[in-house]
Design a binder for this molecule. Structure first.
Ligand code: PAF
Length: 279
């Protein structure tokens, strides 16, 4: 597998490969790869002639320095996982490569998409995501880019960014991969003990229950039940909200695609999940 740390080397490789305008699939990540990421890579490998994975823990999307410091970093393991599935190229840039001295941050108005939920609880988060993803798109120039639906709001924000900047890349969203007990796969799970992982399955179990309740109760009532179930399971809920799948606004009446979004803490580990509860 080719591993590039500079833009020049990556571009030289892509230019040398790409005389015949091969399609490029791109999977941006922050590393600590799990099967969910590998599924995005496999999907990209199936649909494109070249696949580039990036690993860059983007400091500008962390509003909490402690969260950034504790973010798992497992580069050696990541490299061997990518080699195993036959990935051909990995881009692991430094901070200076992504944000050179003359970098001028992008400001686009995506409101209200970037102001609700994660936007409200992690001020500046989506500004950081939009900047790094756009920067990576400029470097890789992908035909398609792959993101996990676990980050439901991130997918909506990136699709809106694509429209706002009139980018030609196709944004592909892939279903959340879960452990056999229902826990959504996430790099942050590495920070959970086995018993905490078990405890955290309450999020998935409660979402499944919410889906069943959607025909009997109003969205507000279902939010209350969801919160209660997760808190009773021993997690601390940061927010539970049932939103419209496109506007991301809380809904008062059931609408097709209504999605329940949850953030809850297990100890000091922040867990995020969602499920379409009405279709
Ligand atoms: O989802 C992530 O891992 C990150 O937000 C992303 C898209 C790689 C940008 O840093």
């Amino acid at each position: 597998m080719h591993i590039f740390s500079t833009i020049t080397d990556l571009r030289n490789y892509l230019n040398s490969q790409n005389n015949s305008r091969k399609s490029i699939g791109f999977v941006p990540t922050m590393g600590a790869l799990h099967e969910g990421h590998l599924m995005l890579v496999s999907e990209s490998m199936n649909e494109n002639e070249l696949t580039i994975v990036s690993i860059f823990v983007n400091p500008t999307q962390f509003n909490n320095p402690d969260d950034l410091n504790k973010y798992p970093r497992t580069l050696e393991k990541d490299i061997s996982l990518l080699k195993k599935i036959g990935c051909t190229a990995l881009f692991c840039p430094s901070n200076d490569e992504i944000y050179p001295k003359n970098y001028s941050p992008l400001h686009i108005d995506l409101s209200p998409l970037d102001e609700v939920m994660e936007g409200k609880h992690r001020p500046g988060h989506f500004n950081g995501v939009v900047n790094v993803v756009n920067r990576l798109f400029e470097i890789v120039r992908p035909t398609r880019a792959y993101f996990g639906k676990k980050d439901f709001q991130q997918v909506a924000v990136i699709k809106a960014m694509k429209e706002a900047l009139n980018l030609s890349v196709e944004v592909v969203a892939i279903d959340t991969l879960r452990e056999s007990n229902g826990l959504a796969m996430s790099s942050r799970n590495l920070r959970l003990s086995e018993s905490e992982k078990e405890k955290s399955t309450i999020i998935y179990k409660s979402l499944v229950k919410a889906k069943k309740l959607a025909t009997e109760k109003s969205p507000r009532e279902v939010e209350k039940t969801l919160t209660q179930l997760i808190e009773e399971g021993g997690l601390n809920v940061e927010y539970v909200t049932i939103v419209h799948p496109v506007s991301l606004m809380p809904i008062e009446k059931w609408e097709k695609g209504a999605t329940a979004c949850v953030v809850a803490y297990c100890g000091d580990v922040r867990l995020l999940d969602n499920m379409e509860v009405y279709n």
